[in-house]
Design a protein around this ligand. Structure first.
Ligand code: FAD
Length: 338
């Protein structure tokens, strides 16, 4: 009872990376609270195929719902499963990915349970809360932290009175890691019919096309990112050349994407992807909070900017003050020779 729960998303029999990231975070939260970490997964033909992708992240109890009609995802049966399971298990925290599925499923479950939900969190922590209005003190609440008001402030949201405390978290924000401690690792296969009425298998997916990712930005060890200071689509070619020499990928600020110089799937930041490369080379990027939100955990940050006072320079490990069009060709030449 009152455990931490993670909903694991799947593609066929492959567990989504965001779910493994959430399991890693969920394990840490469960340890802080002194409770178990539980996970739930639902699909078709997944028995004995998904357990090894979930349990090593420190799961104490895994609920595997396996039945025809549970994959591809449709709203009604997955909502039934979570709502009925959470009524039985009464978790204090429930986490989902802020994916297409999580954004559909999370609000349905939270409204059925009247629990509330914080979408698109960038951080989750445990902390106490003093409600100044009621004078009540609450121990060990989930701090659900996310940018708010167009990214101008970072809001910490708590849910003192309703359970579970539900949050969705975007892919790539948390880092996944196998758990080195001991977890119970129990697996149960509930009878799906007890959770989902036959009438709720209403939608039949008859055709489905999954678009493959066009780039490897999320996993790239080196990201060469360009901003409005790059100046043109043609100048972006230099960044692609540099990224190629460094075996990295090209990222971009929203200003560069809005200018039409690169595709949106390369946008880094609050409304783009979150990256954790070993090296992030920011070329002509000023470093507004919405951009920083997507790359601040990079190992080494190098800024190339003609303004020594650019905000990104404050978080950069190395700053090259100069024009992108002068500096980047020299770097390409250097790496070609070495
Ligand atoms: P600018 O701020 O215009 O900076 C250009 C930089 O280039 C400057 O520092 C300048 O000194 C430098 N420069 C100019 N010429 C050269 C040159 N020749 N050589 C070297 N340096 C040069 N932004 C994101 O990036 N990602 C997001 O996900 C995102 N989400 C947002 C969500 C919301 C709700 C809002 C309101 C905004 C969001 N933004 C996002 C936009 C963000 O606020 C900034 O507008 C954007 O990041 C600025 O991009 P930039 O740094 O490329 O451009």
């Amino acid at each position: 009872m009152n455990n931490v729960f993670v909903y694991c998303e799947i593609e066929g029999t492959t567990v989504a990376e965001v779910s493994q990231e959430l399991l890693t975070k969920g394990r840490k939260l469960a340890n802080q609270l002194g409770v178990d970490l539980n996970a739930v997964v639902a699909g078709t033909g997944i028995k004995n195929k998904v357990e090894d992708q979930i349990l090593p992240y420190g799961v104490d109890k895994l609920f595997v719902f396996d039945a025809e009609g549970l994959f591809p995802y449709t709203s009604a049966p997955h909502t039934d499963i979570l709502v009925n399971l959470f009524k039985e298990e009464n978790p204090q925290i429930a986490l989902l990915g802020a994916t297409v599925i999580g954004r559909d499923l999370g609000p349905r479950v939270s409204s059925s349970l009247t629990s509330g939900l914080t979408a698109d969190c960038t951080q989750l922590e445990i902390g106490d809360f003093d409600d100044k209005k009621s004078g009540k003190h609450y121990d060990n609440l989930l701090y659900q932290i996310r940018p708010a008001f167009g990214g101008n402030i970072v809001a910490t949201i708590v849910n003192p009175d309703h359970r579970p405390q539900m949050a969705t978290v975007r892919s790539g924000v948390m880092q996944k890691a196998l758990y080195e401690g001991n977890a119970k690792g129990e697996v149960v296969y509930p009878d799906v019919a007890k959770y989902v009425p036959e009438t709720d298998f209403v939608v039949k997916v008859i055709d489905r096309q999954v678009e493959a990712a066009k780039n490897n930005l999320k996993a790239a060890p080196i990201v060469v990112a360009g901003g409005y200071g790059v100046g043109s689509k043609e100048n972006f070619d230099m960044l692609f050349q540099l990224a190629k020499e460094l075996h990295g990928e090209v990222g971009a600020s929203r200003a560069a994407v809005d200018a039409g110089w690169v595709d949106h799937d390369r946008q880094v930041g609050q409304t783009g992807v979150t990256v954790h490369p070993k090296v992030y080379i920011a070329c002509g990027i000023s470093g507004q909070i919405q951009h920083i939100a997507g790359m601040q955990d990079a190992g080494i940050i190098i800024s190339i900017n003609n303004d020594p006072e650019a905000p990104i320079n404050k978080i950069a490990d190395y700053v090259i003050v100069g024009n992108v069009e002068d500096v980047v060709p020299k770097m390409i030449k250097y790496y070609k020779q070495n």
